[in-house]
Design a protein around this ligand. Structure first.
Ligand SMILES: [Zn+2]
Ligand SMILES: [Zn+2]
Length: 157
């Protein structure tokens, strides 16, 4: 089993430390609360993987999307899902069915799984009914949580 350092991450997903817990109470970038444990089950959030004697160069730490202990999305993922929903609801052309299609596909798009292909299809079907403005804004909201290849396949017509 892998060993991990503890981490301190703000609820918007800004990493304050990938090898120490509770380094500071609030985020230096956005002022939000910094957490080191899952708000749902209190399991410590994983930081960098411990590699004894191995120096990994050029590796950027990326926070987990889901808690390994309880399976709930971490706050930074939940916020992106909530923000996407709010953005889609602002579009005058929006219908609830399309909003639901897109929002329900998001968790599967953020992690690689067999359901990712289905999620892509749902997302693209839902996205058809939105304006270019909404599409561009949604792409910006999701930019950090989707891989480049997923983004290309979702937003290129
Ligand atoms: Zn922050
Ligand atoms: Zn948890």
């Amino acid at each position: 089993m892998s060993e991990y350092y503890p981490a301190s991450i703000c609820i918007n997903g800004h990493v304050m430390s990938d090898d120490h817990s509770n380094v500071q109470p609030y985020c230096s970038y956005c002022g939000e609360k910094v957490i080191s444990t899952c708000p749902n089950c209190n399991a410590p959030i994983h930081g960098d993987e411990r590699c004894d004697g191995i120096v990994v160069v050029g590796f950027t730490f990326k926070p987990d999307s889901y808690c390994y202990n309880c399976g709930n999305p971490y706050p930074w993922v939940q916020r992106i899902i909530d923000a996407s929903k709010e953005l889609l609801e602002l579009d005058d052309d929006a219908n609830q069915e399309s909003i639901d299609l897109i929002v329900s596909s998001l968790p599967d798009l953020m992690v690689s799984s067999p359901k990712q292909e289905i999620a892509k299809a749902k997302f693209k079907k839902g996205l058809k009914s939105f304006t270019t403005f909404t599409k561009d804004s949604l792409k910006t909201v999701l930019t950090d949580v989707l891989s480049e290849s997923i983004k290309r396949s979702l937003f290129e017509s």
